[in-house]
Ligand binder design. Structure first.
Ligand SMILES: Nc1ncnc2c1ncn2[C@@H]1O[C@H](COP(=O)(O)OP(=O)(O)OP(=O)(O)O)[C@@H](O)[C@H]1O
Length: 252
């Protein structure tokens, strides 16, 4: 959903410094703002700190300095499960579903965070949004294809009706056709008004569905701009040349 020019900021970081060890910051002073309904892409070379940044926002990596604010509430020292209740959903890159449980059981477990009376209704809403999950509801998650498994991970994250959905490379290891399916699903979720932050390596395909992109290099914002014009930027060419730069992907 392309946000209006005057859309309010829903999530922001201010001078964010974070890392796994106190004397080794990985994220080194990141200021970012995401507006309501926006589809923001987080790009950057391997090891730039994309996963660390989103894990920090989700509360999974210690903050050394700076703040994280969502809709006027300071999340910086809030435990991860309270961030989820506040409306911040995070889909990690791996271990995002219970493989030995069925689709339905996975959704039931995720729904435990809701009041008992609203669980069945919310799961029904999600089945309406993802009819394939309803069709396959008795299959174990470990039996699903990569794309179906990502769909389940997204559905689990959506159980709390988050205002912000963050995904760490949901396309990892998927064939291009399946990546398009996953991206179509994410675009549809974003179209319902869920602000979306996507970490991606599939630069060209991801720029096509996003509103704006931030390029992270060595834990700092190197570049940001409109997703549709960023693909032509010289810095992008320098960062991705010969690897996954959009123009390189387009070559036969
Ligand atoms: N659990 C961890 N403990 C210590 N250091 C880590 C941990 N996870 C990542 N790092 C380090 O943090 C830095 C940034 O890694 P991160 O995974 O955030 O980058 P990325 O941009 O997501 O990379 P990629 O695109 O390759 O997934 C790297 O130097 C990495 O070695």
């Amino acid at each position: 959903m392309k946000p209006a020019a005057d859309a309010p900021v829903v999530l922001s970081t201010h001078g964010l410094v974070s890392g796994y060890e106190r004397d080794l910051p990985i994220i080194r002073g990141v200021d970012m703002k995401v507006t309501k309904g926006e589809f923001l892409l987080l790009l950057g070379p391997n090891g730039a700190g994309k996963s660390t940044l989103v894990k920090t926002i989700a509360g999974l990596v210690p903050v050394h300095a700076g703040t994280i604010v969502q809709e006027g509430v300071d999340l910086t020292s809030m435990p991860p499960h309270l961030r989820v209740r506040h409306g911040l959903a995070f889909v990690p890159q791996t271990e995002n579903v219970f493989t030995t449980m069925t689709i339905h059981e996975n959704l039931l477990v995720a729904a435990q965070i809701l009041p008992k009376a609203s669980r069945a209704g919310r799961i029904a809403d999600l089945y309406a949004m993802f009819p394939d999950l309803l069709r396959l509801k008795t299959l174990r998650a470990g039996q699903l294809s990569g794309g179906q498994r990502q769909m389940l991970a997204v559905a689990r994250a959506l159980i709390v009706e988050p205002s912000v959905l963050i995904l760490d490379e949901p396309s990892a290891g998927l064939a291009p056709r399946i990546v398009r399916e996953v991206f179509d699903n994410l675009k549809a979720v974003n179209a319902t008004g869920v602000t979306t932050i996507l970490v991606e390596q599939n630069v060209k395909a991801a720029l096509a569905i996003a509103d704006r992109a931030i390029v992270l290099v060595e834990g700092q914002v190197r570049l940001e701009g409109d997703a549709h014009s960023l693909g032509d930027d010289a810095v992008m060419a320098e960062l991705y040349l010969g690897a996954r730069h959009p123009s390189a992907e387009a070559r036969p």
